[in-house]
Ligand binder design. Structure first.
Ligand code: ADP
Ligand code: MG
Length: 262
């Protein structure tokens, strides 16, 4: 296999607090490869978001290191996109202006080129007619579509997604999963690391599902999802192989959840 694009090497992270330290991550080791779609599941509070934050440099590991193409992840933010549950769209910018913002910041193309690229992406997600709308005029699903395409717009090598579809209803979630799979699947060059608490979502999307332990978070198991691609997000769960993988992932997760409350 090619060299990993992101590597966690013996990463730990401690949060110091007056009422006692919280060890969020401990001895986290993981390699993620170019073009992979990796999903991460684990009990609430096990350090999933903390792990992503160390990739973008929002948090530093207490010990160990996070590598981007074999080098410490200092100043790599331009290569890494981050999509969170909160869409963080600028309310004073139109939809199109939100999508072109990342290109502007990176000085990519002239205004007309940026707008053309933005419009092409909005078209892909069925929002071309909403390009001059503002955030407050959009539904939650529409906001999250804009959130995703504005990250795709500047073509980061790695995109981190932290429960991006969490607040959406089940049907909108499926539509956005479908969309994300299609956009990623066209080239399979972008590396996606996607946190979710929805096991069906985790398996339907991923090449590998990473199951984390209860806090302090480590890798409990990495389950390979050897289901054919392209996948039909609406029927993939009926595949007997899917069921098998689901049961396996669930057994690991349930075991960790029991320990988390014990
Ligand atoms: P997850 O995303 O898996 O639900 P987090 O990574 O958000 O978990 O948090 C892991 C642990 O670290 C939790 O116990 C949380 O309270 C603690 N934690 C996270 N961020 C901070 C912070 N900035 N300061 C103090 N404690 C934090
Ligand atoms: Mg989290």
């Amino acid at each position: 296999m090619a060299d990993p694009v992101i590597s966690f090497r013996q990463v730990s992270r401690v949060f110091r607090a007056q009422r006692g330290d919280v060890v969020a991550l401990s001895d986290l080791n993981l390699d993620i490869y170019e073009g992979e779609f990796v999903t991460v599941v684990g009990p609430s509070g096990c350090g999933k978001s903390t792990a992503l934050n160390t990739i973008v440099g929002l948090l530093e590991p207490s010990t160990g290191e996070v590598l981007f193409r074999g080098k410490p992840t200092v100043g790599i933010c331009h290569e890494v996109g981050y999509v969170t549950q909160a869409d963080n769209l600028f309310p004073w910018r139109t939809v199109l202006e939100n999508v072109t913002f990342g290109l502007e910041m990176r000085g990519i193309g002239n205004k007309a080129e940026r707008q053309e690229r933005g419009m092409a992406l909005l078209k892909r997600v069925g929002l071309e007619d909403f390009h001059s709308h503002y955030r407050h005029e959009l539904s939650g699903g529409m906001r999250q579509r804009v959130n995703i395409v504005r990250t795709l717009a500047y073509d980061p090598k790695v995109i981190l997604l932290d429960e991006p579809f969490g607040p959406l209803d089940a049907q909108t979630r499926l539509q956005l999963q479908d969309l994300l799979l299609k956009l990623w699947g066209e080239r399979r060059e972008t590396t996606l690391i996607f946190i979710t608490h929805d096991l069906t979502e985790a398996i339907a999307l991923a090449d590998r599902v990473v199951v984390m332990t209860a806090r302090p978070g480590r890798i409990r198991e990495v389950v390979k999802v050897n289901l054919r691609r392209p996948r039909d997000i609406y029927t993939i769960h009926t595949d007997p192989k899917f069921r098998e993988i689901y049961d396996k992932v669930w057994a690991h997760l349930a075991d960790e959840m029991r320990q988390a409350v014990a």
